[in-house]
Design a protein around this ligand. Structure first.
Ligand SMILES: Cc1ncc(COP(=O)(O)O)c(C=O)c1O
Length: 398
């Protein structure tokens, strides 16, 4: 590398998404290079020794780091306003590491019950197997967070907006409760995206992303990232990831790095489309409930205004007639594709009760508002009118 990346923290997010973290080789390439290498060679045994001792800042092995991965991490650090980051092979590798790495047997975790299915597995099933106690709360109820706090509580974990019902949790309020009891708050910011919400600025200690979603945004590869303070990454994450190896591939990091360049443009356009769909369908006779953060009728509309800069690329729709009617809508859609993914350039539609949340007991799904007629619609980059025509035609047949 010819020189270290130029500082970009003083620029606005859109500019940081294009320029932050860029390292140029001696060839002066415009587009960031893909360093598809496992290892690095040293000029001397002394240089190699110095690198292993941490006295020379170069790369050692791509399980630890890699120039392309470092560019992705630096761009995310500057976007999020974090001090440090480590990327991972998937969003779940990032979530699991962020929660598990700092804990030991005897510790206690409090988490919102409204979690993506695999995150719920980590908290509810995996942690207790290693002697880490967990309590699930209704994330909307600050009293429940407060009452769940114990002397051994180390971590609070939540996602907001929640998957799939798009409830918005009070991040500053929950952070305050966590901190008053000496715990840290970890926020899964996948649904909000870094464009609409900055959990660290709202009081969270750690932010995690499935970069598989909006950050790639074109359905190509999986990835994840943990962002926090230098101290948290150095003390809890860095060595854990080096030794256990849930590392991202340099190729995937490169795809995600290039995805970041268009993130703001895509998320804004997809949110505008989602808002138009929500406005058109809110009073549709075949829909019994519609949830969209950004609409005045959202159950936490005041909180959305306070802690988010924009709504969502997703709309939650409850179709009258339960599972049969919901399946009919999914099967009738021509443009939006049936998929459990989200944040893609292609509009995707999911039936959470039979896919992402099928593992939950029916009564737990009902408590979370995931009824048999509930559909999650992830707006893509198609023209909003084409999507509205597709949805209204499918609803006619439901
Ligand atoms: C909220 C949320 N967190 C985490 C994940 C896990 O991400 P990944 O599929 O990249 O492991 C997902 C989706 O899969 C998600 O929707």
């Amino acid at each position: 590398m010819s020189k270290p990346p130029a500082p970009t923290a003083h620029y606005r997010p859109e500019t940081r998404l294009v320029h932050s973290g860029t390292l140029r080789s001696q060839y002066g390439e415009t587009s960031e290079s893909l360093f598809l290498t496992q290892g690095y060679v040293y000029n001397s045994a002394e240089e190699c020794e110095a690198r292993f001792k941490g006295e020379d800042p170069g790369f050692i092995y791509s399980r630890y780091s890699n120039p392309t991965i470092a560019m992705f991490e630096r761009r995310m650090i500057e976007l999020e306003g974090a001090e440090a980051a480590r990327s991972a092979a998937t969003g779940m590798a990032a979530v699991t590491t962020a929660i598990l790495a700092p804990l030991k047997a005897g510790d206690h975790v409090v988490a919102s019950r409204a979690l993506f299915g695999s995150c719920l597995y980590v908290v509810q099933d995996l942690l207790p197997r290693y002697g880490i106690e967990t309590t699930l709360v209704d994330g909307l109820d600050l009293d429940q967070w407060q009452r769940a706090m114990k002397p051994n509580t180390k971590t609070f974990f939540l996602e907001s907006p929640t998957n799939p019902t798009l409830d918005v949790l009070d991040i500053p309020g929950i952070a305050e409760i966590a901190h008053s009891g000496g715990a840290r708050l970890v926020v899964d910011n996948v649904f909000a995206t870094p464009i609409w919400q900055s959990p660290l600025a709202l009081g969270a200690d750690v932010v995690v992303y499935s970069a598989t979603k909006h950050i790639d945004g074109q359905g190509r590869c999986l990835g994840g990232i943990i962002l926090s303070s230098e101290a948290f990454i150095a003390e809890h994450i860095h060595n854990f990831m080096r030794q256990t190896g849930p590392s991202i591939s340099p190729f995937n990091a490169w795809v995600l790095l290039k995805g970041l360049e268009t993130l703001a443009v895509r998320v804004r356009a997809q949110t505008e489309t989602a808002a138009r769909i929500a406005d058109v369908l809110a009073s549709h006779p075949k829909i019994s409930r519609l949830v969209f953060p950004g609409r005045a009728d959202h159950p936490q509309a005041a909180l959305v205004k306070k802690q988010m800069r924009g709504g969502s690329t997703l709309v939650g729709l409850e179709v009258k007639g339960g599972k049969q009617a919901a399946f009919r809508v999914l099967n009738e859609l021509k443009l939006a594709k049936i998929s459990n993914n989200l944040g893609d350039a292609k509009s995707l539609v999911t039936h959470p009760a039979t896919t992402t949340h099928q593992r939950l007991k029916p009564e737990d799904r009902a408590a979370l508002g995931i009824s048999e007629g509930f559909i999650r619609f992830s707006a893509g980059l198609e023209h909003a009118d084409d999507l509205i025509e597709d949805l209204t035609a499918a609803l006619e047949k439901a």
